[in-house]
Ligand binder design. Sequence first.
Ligand code: ATP
Ligand code: ZN
Length: 293
Amino acid sequence: MPSRLRLALQKKGRLAQDSIALLERCGLQFHVKESALLTHVNNFPIDLLFVRDDDIPTLVFDGLCDGGIIGTNVLLEASLRFPDKKYQSILTLDNAHCRLVIAVPEGMNYKGPSSLEGKRIATSYPLLLTEYLKKQHVSAPTLILSGSVEVAPRMGMADAICDLVSSGQTLEENKLIPVETVLESQASLIRGEHAITPEQHDLFDMLARRISAVQHAAKRKYIAFHAPKSALKEICEQLPGVESPTVLPLPGDPDKVVVHVVSTEGVFWKTLETIQSLGASSILILPIEKILE
Ligand code: ATP
Ligand code: ZN
């Protein structure tokens, strides 16, 4: 019996839902039970192990899982902590976008990284922060906190913080201003360097291919509309990233055609209103599930 491919995923949190949704869109059939640590995929020899995101890099580095989905922030911090452990990044996933930033209290007279000299910086990412400060030739002590980093300056525990932000709302609520970006992060599918069977190798290839197809499709939209023949060229010029439209006759109206196009850059209301003003009608915008090229 060939051994099953084991992937580590976050159990609960910002990575969890997107990771599950992505694997489902790749055609993996499984049912996640609230209490279960391990879930079998029914239609492939793959098991999903649900854990805290911080445990994912070491599970993969140590070969206890063959791969996993993890944010670059956690992955790079772990690889700085265990520099002799190796992994491969198979592909980046278009989710869990965030930035690891240094933020300072609103009133601080910040003039660049040198203003951080000697300042105590609270963070959950001490190694990424230390590496950044070293590159900037700044020496600053770090206060390692595993959570609620943003309250440290208010509590008088630190002069600045280095933490993850996406919208910036938490920083604003705590009267902190982002001043430096240490890392731009997103989720990645990674695999360990340990030996795997050719079948497991094929499974990683299949996953990478399907994830690319799903992500490729996610940015695109299928647009169908009726258009006067006389305005067809002008209308198509308005649509972003349109590749060779399919033009069909519209039965019962010799002056009009039916146009089907794939737009690569999403479609905005303004564009739709423009093509409508040029004579397009019955405009349909459809999400695309997969594109295989
Ligand atoms: P766990 O219980 O698994 O340890 P956690 O609290 O460490 O969860 P989450 O807050 O769920 O982690 O974040 C998981 C990942 O989501 C982060 O490591 C990061 O890659 C990404 N992320 C995206 N946006 C944000 C954000 N605004 N704040 C924190 N993490 C974010
Ligand atoms: Zn975590």
